[in-house]
Design a protein. Structure first.
Length: 318
């Protein structure tokens, strides 16, 4: 999906193209932009949607691999925020989706290099690409993907290569674990807790977790696109220190008033028939940002992890 946005920033009209505007993070980004009186949106949609919900938004149809780039040329965006990732089930499904994503991204890059080489691009990745670590990682850390990132990194590489070749102004944003309704937070912790009357802890639970609320993540992504100084990479982190999975689960169990239960590695049914699920939930990937000035003056909506958990459990009516 793609969204074309117009809004004032620093007294100058800026034009944004958001790829993935109807996804988990993209919905929060577009929601905040729609509240502005100086924003115009256009969305590229590829699935059935409620047009009643899009009355104030122009729409065109297509998908990441085939949408009409002439429409982009007509709008001439100053910034492209790329949140769209093709997904698949299981290792084979992810490999296939990643290959399609790689092709789609090369198509976009080749076109931008020819037609709009000065457009800034913020490509949103994830922190799983850093892999397990006992120490906190900054933007300069090498890539050592684990979990789902083992396959999905392939789709990201065209942007990494274009950035290395300096053919485009590209910033790669890597969020911490994003806490929000409908994400891994629900599928891996809340839903099993409702089903089994106990909040699961995966493995030892000692893996370090860097967390950020989805609303704050969306706001920081927009900030990265509109930042006056070009950034090559930015880790998107929350306002609180890292915690262990054990500590995180304790906060959920206290809020839901349920006990905890430990899931061992040998417990391989359903969710864990694919090792990527287990690796993703048990990897220790503490991250921080080396760009303090980027965060200066930023106001977090979720000032604590407890605030974020409370907000999203209320959305789930729990």
């Amino acid at each position: 999906m793609a969204t074309f946005c117009y809004f004032w920033f620093g007294g100058q009209l800026k034009k944004l193209l958001v790829l993935g505007g109807t996804g988990f993070i993209g919905k929060e980004l577009v929601k905040s932009l729609r509240l502005r009186g100086d924003v115009r949106l256009m969305m590229l949609i590829r699935a059935r949607v409620s047009y009643f919900d899009l009355e104030d938004i122009d729409t065109i149809t297509g998908d990441l691999g085939s949408f009409d780039l002439n429409q982009v040329h007509r709008f001439k965006p100053d910034v492209i925020i790329h949140l769209a990732r093709l997904s698949g089930r299981g290792r084979m499904g992810r490999n296939f989706a990643s290959k399609r994503g790689e092709t789609a991204n090369r198509r976009i890059i080749n076109w931008l290099e020819r037609e709009l080489p000065k457009t800034r691009v913020v490509y949103v990745s994830g922190s799983l690409v850093y892999g397990n670590s006992t120490s906190s990682l900054s933007e300069s850390a090498p890539l050592n993907p684990t979990g789902f990132a083992r396959e999905y990194l392939r789709a990201e590489m065209p942007w990494v290569e274009a950035q290395s070749n300096k053919t485009l102004d590209i910033c790669i944003a890597r969020p911490a674990w994003i806490l929000g309704s409908g994400s891994w937070f629900y599928s891996s912790f809340v839903r099993p807790a409702l089903r089994d009357s106990a909040v699961p802890i995966y493995g030892s639970g000692e893996n370090a977790m860097s967390l950020i609320d989805v609303r704050d993540c969306a706001a920081l992504i927009a900030r990265a696109g509109l930042w006056d100084y070009a950034l090559k990479a930015i880790n998107l982190v929350g306002p609180t220190k890292d915690i262990t999975q054990n500590e995180f689960v304790k906060l959920i169990s206290e809020r839901m008033e349920l006990p905890t239960t430990r899931i061992c590695k040998d417990f391989r049914r359903g969710l864990f028939s694919d090792r990527a699920n287990w690796e993703s939930l048990t990897s220790s990937i503490p991250i921080y940002s080396g760009h303090d000035s980027f965060y200066s003056g930023f106001k977090y909506m979720a000032e604590t992890i407890e605030d974020s958990i409370e907000h999203h459990l209320r959305i789930e009516r729990l």
